[in-house]
Write a protein that binds this ligand. Structure first.
Ligand code: M6R
Length: 602
């Protein structure tokens, strides 16, 4: 959470910083600020406001200078206010911070600076600590200070008496660096600076980057030079705008046929899934007795689909864990456990810490990640990247469906290697998988029908979603989508479970959404729909085309695929439903309240 940007070079810094902050705003949008070195006043001048980057744009018109740092905030310590916004300045030191300093209160007491602080943040205390250690050697001061910190941090730091230079240091929270003839750039995410160079590196943890107009030098805490691993940007940054859609979310929903196909096709060799391109050895699929999926939110829902597929097709037991709970529950784990972490950002701290824990306990690991070179990808023994491209909307859509696509590939691979699918059965599985992109396109082509249906939810305060088998985890995801962007309370239920208590809440004011894609469970699902209709509920039914029958009214017809392959088309219809409710309510679809795209606090 929080986005950091920094630039020093030959151009005016303000425009570069603000443009970067606009891109980083998905990481937090409570407040925004910049600090730019003013050559006449000979100090770093701070401009910052509670509110969106637009406000900072208006308020910083007269800022001049060619070196600066900037920040978008997702508040943790201290409310949303101008004072608590970053950058923070203490003495000679100006900094921006992403992360949480757990022992900031102790440091504050130790320094005796309570009455000198202007904010309630942990970050200002870090500025004070560095300033206390500073006696002309910036690296020494930074290293001494961060050695005292517990928690996570990505810091970009400037000193008033070292004009036009920036220093950066990190533990967990990412910092990306790149340069070109015009200067040097740092950011929390390559998307904010990728337009300046396609060659970049991720600053290694516990090393210091010294950034000048013409160089970025990295040293470890002992002063040894570090050569960071250079990466190449393979996302088309210039093509990453909204492309004429009013919101990123709509654009990202519409991209799904293409990115799902890309995720599948790039791993096919002789008609079978093949991960040798990413050096994932077949042994990880055969030498495990059980699988533990670890993830949060939407990514965890993808894991639930994975569990369904792997257990059914491969006969290998799978548990799915909320990353935030995982290591506190004494998980059963050994060297025959394969841990699969799922993460769009690759930076979610709960998932990262759970992965590290599992590896310490001897588990083998594989991560399904979208952002290249992210921390989870680097901490994991094996990585399969989803080819979703940049996902900017806070509500995850194409990252989810490509994660599910990877689970289909893993299932086919594992089942084939273990002799659970013959050549013929594997070909049949892949054949059905290959139909998913056009099935999704079919749903997208009829999106105006879903838009019309969404009117029925606009004034609802509560909704329930019901489905059986594979439809239940799909609805957990659908329900999260509706909650997070439309602020309508929604709960997903395995249809048969409703009558064990929750059916008491059903009234004629509670719309119910029923997903009906599982042929083998059709008759039971129809009975469950009847049960809620008898209690007055207005039911919107999303039914697979070939399952339509006279016993139940169809609100939206879903394309026809075999039962196990319906996880993606069903959810895409639900993404659209949530999207239209949110946009028709006039809400900020891409940046829902209280949320941030990348969750780097526990
Ligand atoms: O980056 P990650 O996939 O690790 O993020 C995990 C969750 O925070 C994320 O999936 C979240 O639930 C979605 N943005 C909701 O749409």
């Amino acid at each position: 959470m929080c986005g950091i940007i920094g630039y020093t070079g030959y151009s005016e810094a303000r425009g570069i910083l603000l443009k970067g902050l606009k891109t980083l705003e998905y990481r937090g949008y409570d407040s925004a600020g910049i600090a730019v070195y003013h050559p006449e006043f000979k100090e770093n001048l701070v401009t910052k406001y509670a509110g969106r980057v637009e406000k900072l744009m208006e308020g910083s018109g007269d800022v001049k200078g060619t070196c600066g740092i900037g920040h978008t905030r997702w508040a943790t310590h201290g409310g949303v206010s101008d004072e608590n916004s970053h950058p923070h300045k203490f003495g000679n030191v100006t900094l921006v911070h992403n992360g949480i300093i757990e022992n900031y209160a102790a440091i504050k007491n130790q320094l005796g600076i309570a009455n000198k602080l202007r904010s309630e943040t942990d970050s200002e205390v870090v500025a004070a600590l560095i300033d206390t250690y500073y006696n002309g050697n910036p690296k020494e001061a930074i290293i001494s200070a961060v050695k005292e910190l517990s928690g996570t941090f990505g810091l970009a730091i400037m000193f008033d008496d070292i004009p036009n230079e920036i220093f950066a240091v990190r533990n967990v929270s990412p910092i990306i660096c790149c340069q070109n003839a015009d200067g040097a750039y740092i950011a929390s995410d390559i998307m904010a600076i990728g337009e300046y160079s396609e060659d970049y590196f991720v600053l290694p943890e516990f090393s210091v980057a010294h950034i000048t107009k013409d160089s970025i030098e990295v040293t470890d805490f002992k002063g040894n030079k570090v050569e960071p691993k250079m990466l190449k940007l393979d996302w088309d940054i210039k093509n990453s705008g909204k492309k004429g859609y009013p919101f990123y979310m709509e654009k990202e929903i519409m991209e799904q046929p293409e990115v799902i196909a890309k995720t599948i096709d790039s791993r096919m060799k002789d008609g079978k899934p093949d991960f040798s391109g990413e050096r994932v050895d077949d042994s990880i699929f055969t030498e495990c007795d059980n699988i533990t999926v670890i993830a949060c939110g939407t990514a965890m829902h993808a894991g639930l689909i994975g569990k369904f597929l792997i257990e059914k097709t491969c006969g290998v037991p799978v548990t799915v864990n909320m990353a935030s709970e995982y290591m506190y529950n004494d998980p059963i784990i050994n060297e025959r456990t394969l841990v699969i972490c799922v993460s769009q950002s690759g930076e979610t701290i709960d998932t990262l810490e759970a992965l590290k824990y599992a590896r310490r306990k001897g588990a083998r690991s594989l991560s399904i990640v979208n952002v290249k070179g992210s921390t989870i990808a680097r901490e994991s023994e094996n990585v399969i990247y989803t080819n979703a491209g940049p996902e900017i909307a806070v509500a995850s859509t194409k990252a989810y469906t490509t994660q599910v696509a990877v689970f289909y590939l893993i299932t086919a691979k594992m089942a084939y290697l273990r002799g659970k699918l013959s050549d013929e059965e594997c070909a049949e599985f892949i054949g059905e998988l290959a139909k998913i992109p056009s099935a999704v396109q079919d749903v997208l082509d009829r999106r105006t029908d879903i838009h019309r249906l969404s009117n029925g939810l606009l004034t609802a305060e509560h909704t329930f979603m019901i489905g059986r088998g594979l439809d239940y985890p799909s609805l957990l995801e659908a329900s999260l989508k509706l909650k997070e962007i439309s602020y309508i309370h929604s709960e997903a239920f395995a249809s048969g479970e409703l009558k064990h208590g929750t059916i008491a809440l059903i009234t004629d004011q509670t719309p119910v959404i029923a997903l009906v894609t599982q042929g083998n469970l059709m008759s039971k699902q129809v009975s469950n729909i009847r049960e809620v209709q008898s209690r007055g509920a207005n039911v919107l039914t999303f039914i697979r085309r070939d399952l339509k029958n006279k016993d139940v009214e169809c609100s939206f017809e879903l394309p026809e695929l075999k039962d196990d392959f319906m996880a993606i088309p069903g959810v895409v219809a639900m993404q659209l439903l949530a999207y239209y409710v949110s946009s028709d309510k006039g809400l900020d679809v891409d940046k829902p309240r209280n949320l941030a795209k990348v969750v780097t606090v526990e």
